[in-house]
Design a protein around this ligand. Structure first.
Ligand SMILES: C[S@@+](CC[C@H](N)C(=O)[O-])C[C@H]1O[C@@H](n2cnc3c(N)ncnc32)[C@H](O)[C@@H]1O
Length: 339
């Protein structure tokens, strides 16, 4: 099975996640191969009562191995595809930041780099539920609910002492556009299914949330242009309609760029900021975006494996960067720092 991955043309494809996604995709497609049917009984993404994993008859491994070695669709996928996700859960942490800007500076023009299928451009379509635990061992208590136009409810646990500025309704961007090296075409059922296939089948809530978001995205078709973020970002900001505040959003994208390309992006944004006001909101893991300056946590604690939520404003030619929060990579929790 490892040999199969090693035949993938690009080193970035030679990862176990790609093999798992290739098999999951056949399961989601209800492929008629008998071993796929057998294996499906362990997948929480297609059954409400997945088999327990254990020894003997509870072991999915023989079926998994058969699918990989017998089904030509696995080799086909590992040779031609790469893993691709679009995590709407991240809207739960970015949404309050966008709402604050909309309230204080007027309507927004969203420019998302590495937008994947563009689901996070639809920040006004989702609903949000913020919870808190009175103490670590206690159950979560709902603190606030923000209702959008449709789609899934995104739950985010608030941690630490700070409270984010949760609005009464999500912001409604007046203009939105994304750019991605490989945009996912939601109108193509195979591409939409691949987004699900790249998620873990034993996280059914996350899969359900993605299913609802994909259904809404397929209807609304957010605009995501093909292209490189570094090459395109300046033009996309410049093309924002006059009177709107352009906001460049980047969530788990900058780590895919080489360090020189990240520096180039930073230089281009600074250059643009010298002639035009705009903001960037990024949710990225500091250790993975070397070459970019990420403001430290205000309490001086070192960065761990958390994702940093950072706002950078360029106003009147001045640049100001703020570390607003730390968060779970998918937005499951938020530790707000800013006042
Ligand atoms: C982990 S996904 C994150 C997608 C989305 N931002 C989210 O939070 O769900 C990374 C995305 O970045 C895109 N990407 C990677 N390098 C890129 C580049 N140089 N220019 C544009 N998009 C890029 C990938 O195609 C992929 O869609």
């Amino acid at each position: 099975m490892a040999g199969l991955l090693n035949r993938s043309p690009h080193p970035s494809q030679r990862i176990p996640n790609l093999l798992l996604a290739a098999v999951h995709d056949l399961v989601l497609a209800a492929d008629p191969h008998p071993a796929v049917g057998e294996l499906s009984r362990w997948y929480g993404s297609v059954t409400d009562r997945p088999n327990a994993v254990g020894p003997g008859l509870d072991d999915p491994w023989p079926h998994f191995r058969r699918v990989v070695l017998e089904h030509p669709g696995v080799a086909d996928r590992t040779a031609t595809r790469s893993t691709q996700t679009n995590e709407v859960g991240r809207c739960a942490t970015v949404m309050p930041v966008l709402a604050t800007m909309e309230a204080t500076e007027g309507s927004l023009a969203l420019v998302e780099i590495g937008a994947s299928a563009g689901l996070n451009l639809l920040v006004d379509r989702w609903s949000y539920r913020y919870t808190r635990r009175p103490d670590v061992s206690a159950a979560e208590v709902e603190m606030a609910r923000v209702t959008g136009e449709g789609g899934p409810v995104l739950t985010c646990e608030l941690r630490g002492q700070g409270t984010p500025p949760i609005p009464e309704r999500p912001p409604i961007p007046a203009h939105r556009v994304g750019v991605d090296l490989n945009p996912v075409e939601l109108g193509d059922p195979a591409q939409a299914r691949w987004l699900l296939a790249c998620q873990w089948p034993d996280e059914p809530e996350r899969i359900e949330r993605a299913r609802l978001a994909i259904a809404e995205g397929s209807r609304l078709r957010p605009r995501v242009e093909p292209g490189d973020a570094v090459d395109r970002v300046t033009d996309l900001v410049r093309a924002a309609p006059a009177g709107l505040l352009p906001v460049v959003v980047s969530t788990w994208v900058l780590s895919y760029l080489s360090e020189p390309r990240r520096r180039e992006l930073s230089d281009r944004l600074d250059h643009l900021g010298s002639v035009r006001d705009f903001t960037m909101v990024l949710a990225e893991q500091p250790e993975l975006i070397t070459g970019l300056e990420v403001p430290p946590r205000p309490d001086g604690r070192p960065d761990g494996a958390a994702t940093a939520l950072v706002r950078i404003d360029w106003r009147g030619g001045e640049r100001r960067a703020r570390r607003l929060a730390d968060q779970h990579p998918h937005g499951a929790w938020l530790e707000w720092f800013a006042t």
